[in-house]
Each structure stands twice: as C-alpha cells, then as structure tokens.
Design a protein around this ligand. Structure first.
Ligand SMILES: *Cc1c(COP(=O)(O)O)cnc(C)c1O
Length: 377
C-alpha cells in the first residue's frame, strides 16, 4: 500500500515514533522499579498492541469493557477501575482483573466480597492537590467525585486493603511539580501507605515530553517506593501515544467570508473531539509560521464553530490537497462518533520497515448499525 493511494480521512500511526516513546518508558522502569500500565481510555487501538506489549506491564481501565479488552488483547496485569460499578460489572470484571480499584468507600463496602480471593483490592484516594491546565480535567476540582478525600477516610480500611490509586495529573511536563505532589501525598497519607503492597500514582505524567528529566522522576519514584515499602505504578496514556499519529485529511472546498476557510473531509466534533472540548487548536504538518497565506482549517460538519485551527501556509491551499493534522492519537480514536453521518477515518500503521498495514475501516453499514439494529414491528 502506498500512502498516497489511501482514501482520506485516515489515521496513520507511526511505529518508529511509538517505539521512541516506549524506549523512554523502558528507561523510566529500569531506573525506578515502577510498573507501567497503559490507560486504555486514552488509546485502545489494539491492532498495534503487539508493538507496545514488550515495553509495558499491562493495562488499566475506566470502565468494564476496557477491562475485558485489556485482558483479551494486551495481557500482563489488568487493572480494573471505574467511577461507578454496578454489581453486574463487578461480577463480570472480578474474574479477569488482577487489581480491582473502587472509587468510593461505599462501593468498596458493597462489592468487596465479590472480589476477595480473586483480585487485589484497591481504593482511589483524592489527594486534594493536582496539576491540570483546565478545571474540566482537574481531579481535585471543587466537589470532585473522583476518589476518597483525606478527611473522609476510615483508617481501619487500610488493614484490609492491598493498594490505593491516586490520579491527579493532566499533561504534567514539570518534574518538580510532580515531585511536590508526591511529597504532599507522602506527608498526608504516608502512614496509610506503609500498610499497603502497592500504590498507583495514576496518569498524566508527561515523561516522554522532549527534555523531561526522566532520571529525576525515576529517583523520586524509587525513593517513595522504598520509603513506604510499596510497588509503584504509573498509568500513562497520552505520554505513550503522544506525537505518534497523524489524522490525514483532504481539502474539499475553499470559501472566503472575511477570512479564507479550507474545508476538509473531517470534523473535530466527530473525529478529534478534544480539539473542541478543551479548545486546543490542532497543528498542521504543512503549515508554516512565516507563511503569507492564512486559512481557517474548517471541518465539514454543520456545527458553526467546528474548526481545527487557524494557520498559515507558504503557498495558497488547493482543493484536493492533503493535510496532516499532527498528534491525533490520544483521546481521538477512542472518541470517534457518527455525527452528521460523516465517514469515519480508517486507521493504518506505518511499520518500521516502511510497510503500511490497515487496522480498521468503516462503512455505511457501521453507521447504520450504530443507530438501530432492529426496527419496531
Ligand atoms: C485519564 C486517566 C489516566 C491516563 O491519563 P493520561 O493523561 O492519558 O496519562 C490514568 N489513570 C486514570 C485513573 C485516569 O483517569
């Protein structure tokens, strides 16, 4: 398969770029003794898990189907977490997970009997401190429902628990800021942690960011795990998959209403939802900061404000031209939807040997079936 022959829109995951991130993960593990489980809610395109498996220890989940997917397609350790389990969920998940992490003391009390003897038992704590750019993604926001807060903890619980999970970072590129959070946790919860086998520090630690001081992070994690006598885990999502995939689109029209807009055969609301939710403009490979030709890169959905970005190019864009929307792996493919009946992007992997392999494609039948499988009689 030649890239130029593939029909847009499509995602192209690059194996070499993925391995570059995974090598950093490996370095972190070797230096610190931390175990790493992939957060499936960020990225769960299991067609490439064979590339990731040798580097990570397993998966973690935010819902029951992710547990099953991690168990079936990744293996290793399968952590099961959910903000709210039903009894059926717990029964389904308990047999296939290694660790069951409850979000509240009430869920723990209601369901622990279904887990004991089957999986290691954990509880999510909310440290009350965090690092997150936006309130929407801040686990320590006011009235947060994510984890048990310090002043609500029943200390007796720690004699019957195996571990705890904290998750309080979002794209934290600052190793010192992370270490401050680690110290705050050690100070506030240390006496509890001493009684446990394992502690997960969640995701959002951006150790694959260029220039990130992995050695400093590793030393802090190692010291923490030795101090409290626990096996540490991190649950990276974005850090593993960052900058490994492009969303490739075609310019289908150019309109001018005060500004030039290039309309492409994709939409943020359907195919790159975080652009819209977090109001974070996308970056285009072909753009040039010093270019004279400015365009809105507009989507082909009907939502008035649905655009990828405003950017410049050295030459005027032309209908039929392809654009590469950078860094489109994490929190994208897991959120694809059929809004407007737009064609969902296919998914390909560009292997290290140059070969292109197809992982997924979608058609009208997928769209139709996602809406109803049966009609009323
Ligand atoms: C979202 C989430 C992660 C992954 O976060 P990234 O920012 O993608 O690393 C890990 N653990 C929990 C509990 C999460 O909610």
């Amino acid at each position: 398969m030649q890239k130029s022959e593939l029909k847009t829109p499509f995602f192209m995951i690059n194996e070499d770029k993925l391995i570059a991130n995974l090598e950093k993960a490996k370095q972190l593990k070797e230096l610190s003794g931390v175990k790493l489980v992939l957060a499936l809610k960020c990225f769960s395109t299991w067609g490439v898990f064979d590339i990731i498996k040798p580097y990570l220890d397993g998966t973690t989940s935010s819902g029951p189907f992710e547990v099953k997917l991690g168990y079936e397609t990744f293996g290793g350790e399968t952590h099961a977490y959910s903000v709210g389990y039903s009894e059926d969920d717990v029964k389904e998940v308990a047999d296939i997970c290694d660790k069951m992490i409850f979000n509240s003391q009430s869920q723990l009390a209601a369901y622990r009997h279904l887990v004991e003897g089957k999986a290691s038992l954990g509880l999510r704590l909310n440290p009350g401190v965090s690092y997150a750019g936006q309130d929407l993604a801040n686990p320590a926001r006011q009235f947060s429902r994510l984890g048990v807060q310090a002043d609500h903890i029943d200390p007796a619980l720690f004699d019957t628990l195996d571990g705890v999970m904290f998750h309080m970072n979002c794209e934290n590129k600052d190793v010192d800021a992370f270490i401050n959070l680690l110290n705050a946790i050690s100070e506030q919860f240390g006496a509890y942690l001493d009684k446990l086998d394992w502690v997960s520090l969640g995701g959002g630690v951006f150790f694959t960011w260029p220039g990130y001081d992995i050695e400093k992070l590793a030393a802090a994690l190692k010291a923490f795990s030795e101090k409290h006598g626990v096996q540490l885990y991190l649950e990276p999502g974005e850090a593993i998959i960052t900058k490994t995939a492009d969303l490739v689109v075609t310019v289908v029209d150019i309109v001018e209403n005060g500004m030039k807009t290039a309309i492409v055969d994709s939409a943020t609301e359907a195919h790159r939802l975080d652009t819209l939710i977090y109001n974070e403009p996308a970056a285009i490979a072909e753009a040039s900061e010093t270019g004279d030709h400015q365009y809105i890169i507009g989507s082909c959905s009907c939502l008035a404000g649905d655009q990828f970005c405003v950017t410049q190019f050295d030459a005027p864009l032309e209908i039929g031209q392809r654009l590469h929307i950078l860094d489109s792996a994490g929190y994208t493919m897991v959120k694809l939807n059929w809004f407007n009946g737009l064609k969902m992007p296919s998914v390909y992997c560009e292997r290290s040997n140059g070969e292109i392999q197809k992982l997924n494609e979608f058609g009208y039948d997928d769209f139709k079936r996602s809406l109803s499988r049966w009609s009323i009689a």
